[in-house]
Design a protein around this ligand. Structure first.
Ligand code: F6P
Length: 320
């Protein structure tokens, strides 16, 4: 059994990271294990920016977006020398295992650390993109989808008032999950995702027909990985002559108080991660499969690409 562990958040922040870190810390303390917090992800680990945590360090954070530990994208971590330095900084403090909460890039960095040094690593999928292989869910995706829905509801009002086409570009990196679930639940006519080809000429012909038949407005949700919202809006305007506006939602999608779903699921995952690493398990990521917590092989999680549920693609077409 490990006596001292550490936790960090890494990569893009996501709502619920605080709940996950809080659960790791309180679970470790509950079973009498020392737990360190590393500030600012791998960058902080290299800078030796870490502190031993008490229960009160994670008080008053479950309701907050962002991450109280801070996060960063760290270039030095991509080098074997950087990772070896990070390992040394852990060993110097008697830290025997590390929980990393982050997206696929952060988990890849964790996997390399474990492979090169043998230190036990447990990952938790923390990203709004919901793109970690092996899990139906990543911490923060629910809050981000709800933020998008809020924007869609507002955009519908103005689109309808002006009889406009509104193109909304949302985040997701190479994944269309956020665009798909928010588009379906927001009633978008078109949802463009990187996982499926689309024909903009055909879409424009359809749009013109719909307007001629009396449609008041059209909403197009574009995943950033499927193309630039600005460019798509420009093409729609040129090809259809319809009054078209583009809205790029941007970083507002990353913030906000986490939803109940994100708080509860992040807490469940945090507890599992702490217990696993304390018991000496390594090279796993905890996620969800059809409502249940599951452990996923870390190597598999970072080398496979998660697919978008094909039923979503069909449903979006049927409901458009
Ligand atoms: O991975 C989360 C995410 O918000 C993506 O959706 C987006 O493409 C990216 O991070 C933005 O990264 P950065 O915070 O480095 O600008």
């Amino acid at each position: 059994m490990l006596k001292s562990i550490a936790v960090m958040t890494s990569g893009g922040d996501s709502p619920g990271m605080n709940a996950a870190a809080r659960a790791v810390v309180r679970t470790a303390l509950y079973v009498g294990v020392k737990v360190w917090g590393i500030n600012n992800g791998y960058h902080g680990l290299l800078e030796e920016d870490m502190f031993e945590m008490q229960s009160k360090n994670v008080g008053d954070i479950i309701q907050r977006g962002g991450t109280f530990l801070g996060t960063a994208r760290c270039r030095r971590w991509q080098t074997p020398e950087g990772r070896m330095q990070g390992f040394k900084n852990l060993v110097d403090r008697g830290i025997q295992g590390l929980v990393v909460i982050g997206g696929d890039g952060s988990l890849r960095g964790a996997q390399l650390l474990s492979q090169e040094t043998g230190i036990p690593i447990v990952g938790l999928p923390g990203t709004i993109d919901n793109d970690v292989w092996g899990s139906d869910y990543t911490i923060g995706c629910d809050t981000a989808a709800n933020t998008i829905i809020d924007a869609i509801n507002k955009l519908r009002d103005t689109a309808s008032a002006h009889r406009r086409v509104i193109v909304l570009e949302v985040m997701g990196r190479n994944s269309g999950w956020l665009a798909m679930v928010s588009g379906i639940s927001g009633g978008a006519e078109y949802i463009l995702v990187p996982e499926a080809e689309y024909d903009l000429d055909e879409i424009c012909i359809d749009m013109k027909k719909a307007y001629e038949a009396g449609k008041r407005y059209i909403l197009v949700v574009v995943a950033e990985g499927a193309g630039s919202g600005k460019e798509i809006g420009k093409q729609i305007s040129e090809k259809t002559g319809l009054d078209t506006r583009v809205s790029i939602l941007g970083y507002v999608q990353r913030g906000g108080s986490p939803t109940v779903i994100d708080r509860v699921k992040a807490s469940q995952l945090g507890e599992k991660a702490a217990l696993a690493i304390i018991s000496g398990l390594s090279d796993i990521v905890f996620g969800f499969d059809r409502g249940n917590v599951v452990s996923i092989n870390l190597h598999d999680a970072v080398t496979n690409k998660k697919k978008l549920n094909p039923e979503f693609l069909h449903l979006a077409k049927v409901l458009a």
